[in-house]
Design a protein around this ligand. Structure first.
Ligand code: C5P
Length: 298
């Protein structure tokens, strides 16, 4: 069984002051994009017939990116362990990585969510999306989004997911992948140290349907990411790159999640592709044009 696990971007990300548990209340609009990891599930080569498989041997994983752990530190393995409900279940997970790590694109979260979703079928568990979502929330704040997607408003610490319309016109993403890895907890800590975050900013909501109908030129000026200030304080090179590209493209450039990925939006593929080529050539940063909520990813 083979499935695609897409990346996300945060089109809009408002962050409130820290809660008692240390997490931050969010109001965010996330969409999937046409950049994905691929997860393959296969029966574990070693068969024990009808005998139970010992827990320590039931889940095997390998990954094309040698810098990622393939033991329980990997969110996909954690997801499989959380879902495994009896001793006859086993699986070999193969992960082909394309989504950069530390880019604010939710790669690990997407792998975990789609591992839950796929193993639910692979092991014939017949759990509902709501019950998978409860497990997903235990794995990370962004994980439940991927079970609902592809365009959703997320609240709480991210786990309260409400699907909305995808942008109708602003569908093409210039995605810039700087060679910088931003640690999410450090960005939130900097946010707290700078005493940022107003509860009032996340209480009300804009008219999302109206926003989803706007052209990229009209939508972009509405979009905010409250984690940019702390991320740019930690990594001034990212601040300079964003300012530079924004000025030269003459359109807003936003950061996704806690960084380091940057994006802008276009109404057509050729415009996004031209901008990506320009960023590649002038800034040496990897840049690609990808579609938002592409149909083949559901
Ligand atoms: O939930 P997840 O494990 O993905 O979160 C990673 C880190 O990001 C948390 O340890 C926390 O520091 C921070 N975070 C937060 N508020 C959120 C989501 C994440 O402070 N709503």
């Amino acid at each position: 069984m083979r499935i695609l696990a897409p990346a996300k971007i945060n089109l809009h990300l408002r962050v409130g002051p820290p809660r008692a548990d240390g997490f931050h209340p969010l109001l965010t609009w996330m969409t999937t994009i046409g950049l994905h990891d691929t997860i393959s599930l296969e029966p574990l080569g070693k068969t024990t017939g009808s005998l139970p498989v010992p827990a320590g041997e039931a889940i095997r994983m390998n990954c094309t990116d040698p810098s990622l752990p393939t033991d329980e530190r990997n969110l996909a393995v954690k997801a499989a362990k959380l879902l495994r409900s009896n001793s006859n279940q086993s699986v070999a997970i193969h992960l082909e990585k394309k989504i950069p790590h530390g880019g604010g694109l939710g790669g690990g979260s997407s792998d975990a969510a789609f591992t839950l979703w796929a193993l639910n079928q692979f092991w014939h568990l017949e759990k509902t999306i709501d019950s998978l979502s409860e497990l997903a929330a235990q794995l990370g704040s962004d994980v439940p989004f991927f079970l609902h997607g592809p365009s959703s408003i997320c609240r709480g610490r991210g786990e309260e997911v409400r699907p909305i319309a995808s942008p109708a016109l602003a569908r093409w993403v210039l995605l810039i992948l700087p060679d910088l890895s931003m640690p999410t907890p450090a960005v939130y800590k900097q946010f707290d140290d700078m005493k940022l975050g107003q509860m009032s900013e996340i209480e009300g909501e804009p008219d999302w349907n109206q926003w989803a109908a706007l052209s990229s030129q009209d939508l972009l000026p509405n979009l905010v990411n409250d984690l940019e200030t702390p991320a740019f304080a930690i990594e001034p090179r990212l601040a300079r790159l964003r300012a530079d590209i924004e000025q030269q493209l003459s359109r807003p450039v936003r950061m996704s999640g806690s960084g380091s990925s940057l994006f802008s939006l276009y109404d057509t593929r050729p415009e996004a592709a031209d901008a990506a080529e320009w960023v590649n050539q002038t800034h040496g940063a990897k840049a690609i044009a990808v579609e938002m909520t592409p149909a083949q990813l559901g």
